[in-house]
Design a protein around this ligand. Sequence first.
Ligand code: GLY
Length: 329
Amino acid sequence: MSRRRFLKNLGLAGAGLAINPLKSAAQPTNLTPPIKNNPLVISTWIHGMEANAGAWEILGNGGDALDAVNKGVAVTENDLTNRSVGLGGRPDRDGYVTLDACIMDHDSRCGAVAFLEEIIHPIDVARAIMEKTPHVMLVGEGAQQWALENGFTKAKFEVPVPPVQKEFEEWRIKSEYKTGVNVENHDTIGMLALDASGRMAGACTTSGMAYKVRGRVGDSPIIGAGLFIDGDVGGATATGVGEAMIRTAGSASVVESMRRGASPEEACYDIVQRILKKHPGVNEMQVGFLAMNVLGEVGGYSVYDGFNYALRSKEENKMVNAKYFRTWE
Ligand code: GLY
């Protein structure tokens, strides 16, 4: 389906790409997922390459987008050398590694878990919450208790992992809380996938900001902040300092911009500009968004340079540098 026809289906033909935030969005009805037999997956940062490979084992064989994103981000959670996703991540200021994750599909089914400890795959817990409970989100002790009662087990290795423990002891001497997040400190993995049947799904998982206040939860497990999918329109996910995404319902805002006719890149640009305007404190903080629409168009935008994403399709398997507002210098 052409971009023009997509906009027509959204009731936006002739509206061009200009976004008027004061106009209410036309509500798409009875849209058929337009792109078929053209699976695609994108995910944040360089760790997205291996995660996409995991997702592609499903997408490339005609499998379901939800299974693909679940399997894809689990690859990153499994990597104990990753310092911002999974149990290899950096701890909070009290020395505990706490994990946040969520998952969502084209039918707005979603599950989330936050402040979860000692379980290797929070994304599997998030999915199980979606599939086995009437709820969307469980947190902390209750989430762990539910997970243990539902077949999950505690990790059998030391957490934080020994190199992280050493780093933490060094950090504790000064206990400075810094929120710098960029290519050298990768942050969240957020993944969006479109499968061969035209279904979209997304997943997001992180150990959150290093040395955060105990109990802090960022954007990554919050539907609408760190991840949002609308099977009629597209999806978005975020990386960086989660407080900015929560304050703006960042990922949901990106999807709503696309609903009004913005391209994925324009929609990501739009939310970054809004964050910069409303939150001057975003100086020194990286915030990046990644989006995909149901046409299979993708785009990203960040406050600072350095944000990149991995893309895998039938034709391509590569890293893409997102556009950005300013450089670190
Ligand atoms: N974006 C991850 C976090 O702020 O926790």
